[in-house]
Design a protein around this ligand. Structure first.
Ligand code: MG
Length: 255
């Protein structure tokens, strides 16, 4: 079901967006060579408790997950790109890390992700991250009244194709509201002028993610972490966005 939020509700959702942004900023700042992924999860967990927020992940157990997630942040390293389950692992120089975080504040959810390199970057990793960020910007720019969902998908896909990347259509953007995942689904490739007409009050996560060498993924033995089949690295950029009559409002914008 597609739900529309009133301007007052979108104002309320800004608190969740700001909190999610603050957790990603803090965990990114803490993610250094030698830091353990479990320490990043502990930091996010502490911030959730201090804020009186609720984790969207810890009890999350959809059909594709092996068991309840059990952690509060996704940490995907190198060939892992989505749903990375934090485990005992110390970050190494040059690791490409994606942090994906969703939480509920005062009953409203926000969801956001960022990729970056820990320590000394490789040029090709910076390029991949830059493409996902540019695709996210293009998707957000297309999130305006008068367009359709397909315009967002096409804007994202065009950036990927221009960079020579293939697009996986199994996981993409989604409605965000009282729950983390709702309608509509927003594929990371598609055709302009197709799909749901965009209206003020729609709130959703836009989340391009790409792998350097493939569009195929498999699930790690941990039951959650999604990795590239060819070992190539992945990157992921996500914001929760509200469509307003004044244009797209990025609820999870970082400072
Ligand atoms: Mg997310």
């Amino acid at each position: 079901m597609i739900e529309l939020r009133t301007p007052a509700e979108i104002q309320e959702m800004r608190a969740a967006g700001a909190f999610v942004a603050s957790v990603l900023e803090a965990t990114r700042a803490a993610a250094d060579v030698g830091v353990d992924l479990l320490d990043l999860d502990a930091l996010a967990h502490r911030m959730i408790r201090e804020r009186g927020a609720e984790s969207c992940y810890i009890d999350y157990h959809p059909s594709f997950g092996g068991s309840p997630f059990g952690k509060v942040i996704c940490t995907s390293v190198n060939d892992a790109v989505l749903h990375g389950l934090p485990h005992r692992y110390r970050l190494q120089d040059g690791d490409l890390l994606t942090l994906d975080f969703a939480a509920s504040v005062d009953g409203w959810v926000a969801d956001s992700a960022v990729s970056f390199v820990v320590g000394t970057p490789r040029d090709e990793d910076l390029e991949l991250i830059e493409v996902t960020e540019r695709a996210l910007e293009a998707g957000i720019a297309a999130a305006v009244v008068g367009n359709r969902i397909g315009d967002i998908s096409a804007a994202i896909g065009e950036i990927a194709h221009a960079a020579g990347l293939k697009v996986n259509l199994d996981f993409g953007g989604h409605g965000v509201g009282r729950e983390m995942h709702g309608d509509p689904h927003i594929a990371n490739d598609g055709r302009r002028k197709r799909g749901l007409p965009l209206r003020a009050g729609l709130v959703f996560a836009i989340e391009p993610w790409f792998l350097r060498g493939t569009d195929k993924i498999y699930t790690d033995d941990d039951g959650w972490t999604l990795r590239s089949v060819d070992g190539s690295r992945g990157a992921h950029s996500e914001h929760t966005v509200a469509i307003t009559d004044d244009g797209p409002l990025v609820l999870t914008a970082r400072g």
